[in-house]
Design a protein around this ligand. Structure first.
Ligand code: AMP
Ligand code: MG
Length: 303
């Protein structure tokens, strides 16, 4: 199902809000973002306030096109090769920044994270606005990322949301760090480390933990455990008097697409324990398991 384009009046309203330094819920192919003018420090501060996000957690700058890159980052042939292959798409590049990128975006670092999203609504808005948009996931800090407009309205009431249908990919972008001599994978996503390495050479292990990729993240309110044999584990938990729901794996694309929506739905059911079956291998499988591991870390013990 192709994502629908919002009514022209909704696009106009989104543009007016961005010009006024306000926030807009933005559909992307990964998850929904909470967008603000990426060069306006006042607007950027609204993001941190709305999400309850610590101000030293850097934001990804979303660009309308790879041709915008030289305005914000130092030249790097590896970035050109990756942009050519994967943009627009779910790959974020961390690069050495140029002056003019606000500290609110970088958390005061000398590096900036950049991506060209593929969603037609995100692209249309970026082209019409003509400036980069900072857009972290449109959820309260530490919580499950939204993959529909309704999720955003639930998380952040009062924020105007452009509805672009359910997110196609369903998990956040792959992040690769190009700021040093050896590239490193900071976050797994739909673009695989192997596909990146095929273009720019082997990836080193990252010297630093990606700022903001905390162990406890993406967490539902309900206790969550990873389980390779969810039926047996569910039976054991039920024998102890707990109510249990199972989040099953499956074909990775479908699993990724429904992951956050199912976490939200099962969370709302109010069971004592969620058992999440990890994904089989592959880039999306690695991304799903990364998010589930963080969700399990952040979740409580069963009630
Ligand atoms: P999100 O919350 O999905 O928007 O992702 C933002 C993430 O991108 C941050 O939590 C960091 O992990 C990563 N990131 C953004 N900017 C930088 C940067 N300058 N250096 C390293 N990682 C960054
Ligand atoms: Mg997030």
């Amino acid at each position: 199902m192709p994502p629908s384009l919002p009514a022209p009046a909704d696009m106009q309203r989104a543009l007016a809000l961005l010009h006024a330094g306000q926030l807009v819920g933005l559909p992307t192919e990964t998850v929904y973002g909470l967008a603000a003018d990426g060069l306006n420090p006042f607007a950027l501060r609204q993001i941190f306030a709305a999400k309850g996000r610590p101000v030293d957690h850097p934001l990804i700058l979303h660009l309308g096109d790879a041709a915008w890159l030289p305005r914000f980052a130092e030249p790097d042939p590896r970035a050109d090769a990756l942009a050519e292959a994967f943009w627009p798409g779910p790959l974020t590049l961390v690069m050495r920044r140029l002056p003019g990128v606000p500290d609110e975006v970088t958390g005061g670092r000398e590096t900036v994270a950049l991506r060209v999203p593929a969603h037609p609504v995100a692209r249309a808005l970026l082209w019409a606005y003509g400036r980069p948009l900072a857009a972290p996931s449109a959820n309260r800090f530490g919580r499950v990322s939204p993959t529909t407009a309704a999720h955003v309205r639930e998380e952040l009431p009062g924020v105007f949301v452009l509805d672009g249908g359910p997110s196609e990919v369903g998990v956040e972008s792959t992040i690769v760090d190009l700021s040093g001599p050896v590239p490193a994978l900071l976050r797994p996503g739909a673009v695989s480390a192997e596909a990146i390495a095929a273009l720019i050479g082997p990836l080193g292990s990252s010297q630093t933990v990606a700022p903001g990729t905390l162990p406890g993240h993406y967490a539902p309110r309900t206790a969550l455990r990873l389980s390779h044999s969810p039926d047996a584990d569910a039976e054991a938990a039920r024998a102890q008097g707990l109510t249990v729901a199972i989040l099953r794996a499956g074909e990775p694309q479908d699993h990724a697409r429904r992951l956050y929506a199912e976490l939200r739905r099962l969370d709302a059911e109010g069971v004592d324990l969620l058992l999440a079956e990890p994904s089989a291998d592959g880039a999306l499988g690695a991304a799903i398991n990364d998010r589930l591991t963080r969700a399990a870390y952040g979740a409580k013990e069963p009630r």
